[in-house]
Design a protein. Structure first.
Length: 146
């Protein structure tokens, strides 16, 4: 099962690393301790809405953009069998894209977002979502472990 705090943390980390900024720089700008920001990025702590807004501001991002990115990742994960509890009984096809070291790998794409799931065990999966803005330009990569 995917934990929302991990998806949020991974999205924040991807934005920070995409700007080539350190945890220290962002934590100082957001007025949050470096250790706590690190725990948020690792999905160990769930930030309050006020803290999340402060971190987004420090990253120069809108809160709505971050939440949309997180929502897109979770929505695609819901389409994959056995990753999240399904919201409906509709059947969605996932494409197996290979297996590495005994891990099942599946991929789903919709509306310019591709999601790959690497199932490492019944209780551990790694999600990788990629948003494509045009046919040849990839915007960013977000990795989520659940």
């Amino acid at each position: 099962m995917v934990l929302l705090r991990r998806v949020i943390g991974d999205a924040l980390r991807a934005r920070r690393q995409g700007q080539h900024r350190t945890l220290r720089e962002v934590s100082s700008a957001a007025n949050v301790s470096l250790g706590y920001l690190s725990e948020i990025e690792r999905g160990q702590k769930e930030p309050s809405s006020e803290l999340l807004a402060a971190i987004c501001h420090a990253l120069g991002a809108r809160l709505s953009e971050l939440l949309r990115e997180v929502s897109d990742t979770v929505a695609l994960a819901e389409q994959l069998p056995e990753v999240l509890v399904p919201v409906s009984n509709e059947t969605v096809e996932s494409t197996p894209v290979g297996a590495a070291s005994g891990r099942a790998v599946r991929q789903v794409s919709a509306d310019g977002v591709a999601l790959s799931v690497h199932q490492e065990s019944p209780l551990k999966a790694t999600l990788r979502s990629t948003r494509v803005r045009s046919a040849d330009r990839t915007d960013r990569d977000v990795v989520c472990a659940a």
